[in-house]
Ligand binder design. Structure first.
Ligand SMILES: [Mn+2]
Length: 440
């Protein structure tokens, strides 16, 4: 049966199209530097926001009207799988991502939960045989169930640590079974509320022990995919151990995990941490740790994680700039960890939202590529740091000088002359490139 009967396959019609069910800028086959947009952008649909979320917020019930609303348990899970593959095909989405509990219901015991999962994973595997869609990543939800109230791998309760290990063990097996490209760890409850009751050192040591066990088990079953940590500074816990990329990187370095882990970077988590999206991407990129991206946006007027579809062209341009400079996303992708607003309750809105995000990142790709081709920022930055390419600057960079010599050099200076940073001129140039691309 069809769940989205009124929607046909979404096609690229170009910027002049007035068809709301068409791509205006995302042309999957269009080549940018020899690679298609589809290959570069690697779009992924987030199962939880698209097929599970119903618009519930702390003040009110769900509003979403979905064709599977009347079903329950495994029947509901199966209907969602059918609907998801229909949506993937119609959107021409190459990837999807899920938490274990998104795709199948928890049973009354772990054994029953795993059995439910087996049924749905087999069904998904079957659908994947005749579909081009691949699993970008899966993960274990270790934050919704009350057992994780004090954390999962960082719980003060060893039984919860063990339970969490069993969940990830199963998750890694599912990743292997479905040919996942990555495996993600989002530590929703891995943090603390107050130091008054918390052994922070033990909790962080245990988290590292947990990750090492995951690495060992993946090796044992022959699952050779990047593990991704998804930084977030707060919400749900007040202090999250993976606050941002820099904090996460220090953790991975301290516990000797950098060979196995990279980062899955989310725009809204970056802004909650007081960073821009591009700052987090840059921090990961220059450290060789950019794994994948949760493509969404927050709301600067709201202090929480709103997970909106990424329609901000300016931010998407700067994000794509980092991604292109990284040489692409490798096995990662742009996963729309984004939900329609509570008032956008029709199934049609699921398509409008994805089209909006896919078009907006396609614009970002084109503008970023042009900025790089024309060396707009590169040539400015190169010139700005040119004092390090000769004389004393070159000595500094090549490690050929010391404080004594630098003092002697400084004493000989008759004055220091700086150059303008030209922030406003550069911003105006980016606007110019954006508008040129949109009007092309
Ligand atoms: Mn988020």
């Amino acid at each position: 049966m069809a769940y989205f009967e009124t929607v046909n396959k979404i096609k690229y019609e170009g910027a002049k199209s007035t068809n709301p069910f068409a791509f205006k800028y995302y042309n999957p086959e269009e080549k940018i530097n020899g690679k298609t947009m589809e290959e570069i952008l690697r779009y992924s649909v987030a199962y939880w926001h698209t097929f599970n979320a119903d618009g519930t917020d702390p003040f009110g019930a769900g509003t979403a009207i979905r064709p599977w609303d009347h079903l329950k348990g495994l029947d509901l899970a199966k209907a969602r799988v059918e609907a998801s593959f229909e949506l993937f095909e119609k959107l021409d989405a190459p990837f999807f991502a899920f938490h274990d509990v998104d795709i199948s219901p928890e049973g009354s015991t772990l054994k029953e939960t795993n059995e439910n999962l087996d049924v749905i994973v087999a069904m998904i595997k079957d659908y994947m045989k005749t579909s081009k869609v691949k699993l970008l990543w899966n993960t274990a939800n270790m934050f919704t169930n009350p057992r994780y109230t004090h954390g999962a791998a960082t719980s003060p309760n060893a039984d919860v640590f063990a339970y969490s290990a069993a969940k990830v063990k199963k998750g890694l097996e599912v990743a292997k079974e479905l040919g996942a490209e990555n495996y993600v760890f989002w530590g929703g409850r891995e943090g603390y509320e107050t130091l008054l009751n918390t052994d922070m050192k033990l909790e962080m040591d245990n988290l590292a022990r947990f990750f090492h066990m995951a690495v060992d088990y993946a090796k044992e079953i022959g699952l050779n995919v990047p593990f991704l940590i998804e930084p977030k500074p707060k919400e749900p816990t007040k202090h999250q151990y993976d606050f941002d990329v820099a904090t996460g990187l220090a953790f991975l370095q301290k516990y000797d995990l950098t060979d196995y882990f990279k980062f899955n970077i989310e725009a809204n988590h970056a802004t909650l941490a007081g960073h821009t999206f591009e700052h987090e991407l840059r921090t990961a990129r220059i450290n060789g740790m950019l794994g994948s991206v949760d493509a969404n946006q927050g709301d600067t007027l709201l202090g929480w994680d709103t997970d909106e579809f990424p329609t901000d062209l300016y931010t998407n341009t700067l994000a794509m700039y980092e991604i292109l400079k990284n040489g692409g996303l490798g096995k990662g992708g742009l996963n729309f960890d984004a939900k329609v607003r509570r008032g956008s309750f029709d199934t049609d809105d699921l398509f409008h939202a994805h089209i909006a995000g896919m078009d907006a990142f396609a614009v970002g790709l084109k503008v970023a590529n042009k900025l790089i081709e024309d060396k707009v920022l590169d040539s400015f930055v190169e010139d700005r740091y040119s004092s390090y390419t000769q004389g004393i600057g070159l000595d500094i960079v090549e490690g050929k000088t010391n404080f004594r010599e630098l003092e002697k050099y400084a004493l000989g200076l008759t004055g220091v002359k700086n150059q303008s940073g030209r922030t406003e001129r550069l911003k105006a140039q980016i606007n110019q490139y954006l508008l040129e691309t949109l009007n092309a």
